[in-house]
Design a protein around this ligand. Sequence first.
Ligand code: BG6
Length: 513
Amino acid sequence: MSPETADLTQTLAADNLQCAIPTDPAAIVIFGASGDLVKRKLIPALYDLATHACLAPRYAILGFARSPMTDDSFRSATGDAIRRISEVGPVDPARWSDFARCLAYFQGEYHDPQAYQKLVARLAELDRERGLGGNRLFYLSTPPELYGPVIEQLGRAGLSRPANDKSWVRIIIEKPFGRDLASAKNLNSVVLRSFDESQVYRIDHYLGKDTVQNLLVFRFGNSIFEPLWNRNYINHVQITAAETLGVERRASYYETAGAIRDMIQNHVLQLVSMVAMEAPAIFDATAVRNEKLKVLQSIRPYGPEAISKLVVRGQYGAGTIAGAAVPAYRQEPSVKPDSRTETFVAAKLAIDNWRWAGVPFYIRSGKRLNRRVSEIAIRFHRAPHVMFRGRNISPNWMVVNIQPDEGISLSFEAKLPGPEMKIRTVTMDFTYKEAFGPGSRSAYATLLNDCMRGDATLFDRADSVEAAWTLVDPILQAWQNSPVSFPNYPAGSWGPQEAMDLLVRDGQAWRFS
Ligand code: BG6
């Protein structure tokens, strides 16, 4: 990189994260404030927004939870966490103390109507003291079984409606949104009894990742890729969301979820929609979400026979990751010794529409896999006729690296220098770091910022959550009634053999296996 380019990327990195217009003043109430997500992701994201002039100078963040805590102990718990574990980089003490002044804690029982009456009074007080104009953002980060009760109580206390015609009230609901189709529908009806759909922001943090949003710019802001983006040129698509981490300290949640509810129903199907959608007429929440919904509705539903052939589940046994021995899932704390929870899923999807007829989408996600990588790999058809007889010609690939090396790479064939016609595959790479410098914003910060501006483009709508569950429900039911033989892949591998066979049967192979 030349010194001029290096300067430019540094400036870009610093500027990119600043906001030209801050959000409206508001009170942000986080339910489940003593939880891990709040310390690891939400408070760091809000701090990042505050320090880059994205939040209005007047705001208040009120943590709501059952644990006894004072404002000060909440401030120091979140302060310790941001310094220890968050991704926002070094924390400036002066900036942190400015930010911490806007943090407060509210102890309450989630089911207790009186707690919400007190919350009404506390919010009115914050409005008066800080001039917040009655704007409120509620963030549900509790265990999922509390979403319904909290929403109902907010409705009963009159907190779901704006106080006047100039203020707004919005609610962000964490995933998992339901645990099957029936519970998702039920939760949607609970939400919509108290809130209007326009107030509801169902969050999927994958949509806040720059690389995922960049799919829209890449596909619809350039003229050279979209003509190739269909069955005439694309042979198949592989989507991988692989983690090296195990279940960590989340077994009590994960045991009730498994990889299909935790990753496939939401993050991975979101990626499928972003890759496969048609061009929206405009970049707004309705147009983009309409197109994504159509993709989910076009995915061929699985019947029982297709599930046994096209969907693979796995659970990790003991193994080695980066040279260190790690235990089997069934030996993790709080996991049942005969747990049937899957930690890996792979599947072959068919999208029944004109663009994608006959193009398989292979998807997979798992914990304790060989390496951390999330990517979308597009495999193009081979050249129709190869005139270089006896030479091995590889097909072209385009890979969108979602993480950890954010960027896009295109591989193609090139002639080696020298007198002979020797051919080798080379790649052309765009990386976020090189092009824009090291600064990046967490997905949570992006999404919180969007919600506070009233932009729901990157959030899920009631109909698309239900469409995703419609696909996943028959798989859950089939698995409930069929035997499993777990563990079936060692930690540190790329998953069970059946996941490899899914592609081998079609004469293909995963990019990593
Ligand atoms: C969360 C899942 O939604 O996404 C976790 O609950 C998973 O189990 C995480 O580890 C992966 O997110 P990322 O951004 O690290 O790929």
